[in-house]
Design a protein around this ligand. Structure first.
Ligand SMILES: [Zn+2]
Length: 253
């Protein structure tokens, strides 16, 4: 599968799109796909990065902060304009359906019932799995000020974990084991910020779970400028193949 970093920024970065990751079935970008988070600045970046944006099958919403889901009204209305008829699956935690339908109605009154395609919500608790035709998803808890989940995606070619926002605790080590790629929030280099992870913790949990390839995302705007390269070096010194992806970067899993 191919992973495209449509956005890698935090909520309020003036230069970087909100973290938003497209996972495509085939290495050339064709076939089925799932989008991981879609915050208020993300939809245009997804549209630019996707080879076949109209073919998107599913969206995973890690939690209900605006920089992770408030790009959906824009995405839905654009699909509507393109005459989309095929359903779109949305996976997220409890309350996802209500929050998303309300956000569409707030952004574009009267549109929710006239999109022209079905949105099929599947709300999952941590520990729940879900199946798409080409991959299996599994939700895991992360520690964030609001209810938030990471997700493990397993396809035939490999597996990845996306943390969304939040600190990943060592007690989900078994869950993470065997992932070919970890995409982790690293809000800071080493500083402790409540409900967030930092690069040092990401290194620890990656080593513990045997994840040898890591992408650091959602770094605080000032930290990324000041300490982004240091964060990568910190993990590389521990034998982890770490990157700080730029918008539009992609890799194969
Ligand atoms: Zn958040």
């Amino acid at each position: 599968m191919r992973v495209v970093f449509c956005g890698v920024g935090e909520a309020f970065d003036e230069n970087l799109t909100n973290t938003c990751i497209l996972v495509q079935e085939n290495n050339d970008g064709s076939g089925r796909s799932i989008l991981l988070d879609c915050g208020f600045t993300a939809a245009p970046s997804f549209w630019r990065a996707a080879r076949e944006p109209l073919e998107l099958d599913a969206v995973w919403i890690s939690h209900l902060h605006g920089d992770h889901f408030l790009g959906l009204p824009q995405l839905f209305i654009r699909y509507s304009e393109h005459g989309r008829t095929r359903p779109l699956n949305i996976y997220g935690g409890p309350g996802t359906a209500e929050a998303i339908s309300s956000s569409v109605e707030l952004a574009y009154p009267g549109k929710w019932s006239k999109l022209g395609f079905r949105i099929e919500f599947v709300e999952v608790e941590s520990g729940d799995g879900f199946e798409l035709t080409w991959l299996r998803g599994l939700a895991a808890p992360v520690d964030h000020p609001v209810s938030s989940r990471g997700v493990k995606l397993e396809a035939e070619s490999g597996s990845l974990f996306y943390s969304g926002d939040g600190r990943v605790e060592p007690d989900i080590k078994n869950f993470l084991e065997g992932c070919d790629l970890g995409i982790f929030e690293a809000f800071c280099l080493e500083k402790e910020v409540y409900g967030h992870s930092n690069a040092a913790q990401v290194g620890e949990i990656s080593l513990l779970a045997g994840i040898r390839r890591v992408a650091l995302v959602h770094m605080h705007r000032e930290e990324r400028q000041k300490n982004g390269e240091k964060a990568v070096s910190l993990l590389r010194k521990q034998g982890i193949d770490a990157i700080l992806p730029a918008p539009g970067d992609s890799l194969i899993v």
